[in-house]
Ligand binder design. Structure first.
Ligand code: HEM
Length: 462
């Protein structure tokens, strides 16, 4: 219709441009942006997706939640991927528990997290006398998965508890690798194994098992008790809710940790600044780097690490593939500096932050990892500019508006704690230097995993 963004239908009926987008969405979107500008509609799998790529229009889409609905999308996703059916009352009640992921209520969990990280590292790594070889993604994954699982869900009391976590991780991997295929209209062969793993994970979260777990965190106890109050909910559905949360709590943190370490190992100047910041923190908190591996930091102390913050945010800028998806509830006219643009009722509206994160006008040399990009005059830098104007959003890896990730503080504290331990106690070196590619298994849904793993070596720093 007149005044609507250009429509790119592709040439395959129903699928439209789905296959072109699957290969390299970022490159394809850059091409479309060059040809059609900041607003265009793609036809994909029978649906219309309008991309809004002008960052100054983001607030209008993200803050106007009556007009641009988020929940239609997320409900469809959690149903198709996790088998959770939409029940408004349950969803609303479950959200109330997010308070345990914020402010003072998070204090105890952050403390336990550090204890558990230290425990896992001691168990897995402390025997190393000389250089040990490993695969970096596998290494980060096994530490983060175990520490997060034990911190949130608690300890398994069964006699074979040592086998439980590696088994869960194996199922988690099989399930997560197929994340996008659960949403694709044609089932793939590999989906069968992923569905079996999904069932195993859901069974692990049966009510009976959840009540047996020891030292479960406040947020999970509260979610569990809340689900139990809905007596009409089948046990399977309750387990599926716990799987959603498990996925949310590790699926992005693991690759973020991996890429942060990976970039750091290529930038010794960043590692030197990080170690200096850690040493300063140790001194100012009266702690020493002792072989027993026992250090603790408060939320405020972790928050004060501006370089470590910047290092993590810079990695997040480079690796995040999350889109902000909304459904347009009514015909709507956007006023832009290029004129009015009509958006159609029922179409999906997509904001794709990687286009902003790699905009050279906002982030100079965006392909480069600049560890201090988010530091200015020794303080956190939070303002960035385009066309001489301050941007309303500059780093959107955690989403934005009312749907912003409730676990973002937990995530950053966890990654910080692990990086402190690794860089304080270990020397690490990459063995392979070839650049890594991103795996496309999470396109539009979070942090990208590496296409292949990379060898590295580590040894204790005495
Ligand atoms: C680097 C790590 C993480 C990243 C990049 C990340 C990113 C995101 C994003 C982009 C969203 C969707 C927001 C939107 O669409 O507007 C989200 C939602 C969510 N995240 Fe995270 N997240 C991370 C870690 C965590 C952790 C550690 C937890 C829990 C401990 C968590 C819990 C959640 C939950 C529960 C939601 C759904 C919120 C809702 O009900 O709408 N996330 N996250």
């Amino acid at each position: 219709r007149p005044g609507e963004p250009p429509l790119i239908n592709g040439w395959i009926p129903f699928f439209g441009v789905a296959f072109q987008m699957k290969t390299d969405p970022f490159k394809k979107l850059k091409e479309y942006q060059k040809k059609y500008g900041d607003f265009f509609t793609l036809y994909i799998n029978g649906k219309y997706f309008t991309f809004v790529l002008d960052p100054f229009q983001y607030p209008l889409v993200l803050k106007n939640h009556k007009q641009f609905d988020f929940f239609k999308f997320s409900n469809e996703i959690i149903h198709k991927v996790f088998t959770v059916s939409y029940r408004a009352q349950v969803m609303e009640k479950m959200k109330e528990n997010y308070k345990y992921l914020q402010s003072k209520l998070l204090e105890k969990t952050v403390y336990n997290l550090m204890q558990n990280l230290q425990h896992v590292i001691k168990k897995q790594l402390l025997q190393t006398k000389n250089w040990e070889m490993s695969q970096l993604f596998k290494f980060c994954k096994s530490i983060m998965f175990e520490a997060t699982y034990v911190t949130l869900y608690g300890k398994d009391p069964s006699p074979n508890s040592d086998e439980v976590i590696p088994e869960l991780l194996e199922h988690f991997d099989k399930f997560d690798n197929e994340f996008l295929n659960f949403l694709f209209p044609i089932p793939t062969l590999s989906l069968r194994a992923a569905k079996i793993s999904r069932e195993k994970l859901i069974q692990n979260f049966s009510s009976e098992h959840m009540y047996k777990m020891l030292e479960t965190s406040e947020i999970i106890r509260s979610r569990r008790n809340c689900l139990e109050k809905f007596t009409e909910l089948p046990d399977h559905e309750k387990g599926a809710h716990h799987l959603v949360f498990l996925w949310a709590s590790v699926a992005n943190t693991i690759p973020t940790t991996f890429w942060t370490v990976y970039y750091l190992l290529q930038h010794p100047e960043a590692v030197a600044v990080l170690r200096e910041e850690i040493n300063h923190l140790l001194q100012s908190t009266g702690q020493k780097k002792e072989p027993d591996f026992n250090v603790q930091f408060t939320r405020e102390q972790l928050d004060s690490l501006v370089y470590l913050d910047s290092i993590i945010f810079e990695a997040l800028r480079m690796i995040s593939a999350s889109a902000n998806l909304r459904v347009n509830e009514e015909d709507f006219t956007l006023s832009t500096d290029k004129g009015e643009i009509n958006l159609r009722k029922g179409d999906s509206i997509i904001i794709y932050p990687p286009m902003l994160h790699f905009d050279p006008e906002v982030f100079e040399q965006p392909e480069e990892f600049k560890f201090d990009r988010f530091v200015k005059d020794g303080k956190k830098k939070t303002t960035f500019f385009k066309r001489g104007q301050e941007l309303p959003y500059c780093l959107m890896s955690f989403g934005s508006g009312i749907t912003k990730c409730p676990g973002r503080f937990f995530a950053v504290f966890e990654i910080k704690q692990l990086l402190i331990l690794l860089f304080m106690f270990f020397d690490m070196e990459l063995i392979e230097k070839e650049p890594l590619q991103f795996r496309k298994s999470r396109m539009f849904f979070g942090i990208q995993c590496p296409q292949s793993d990379v060898s590295f070596r580590y040894k204790l720093r005495c």
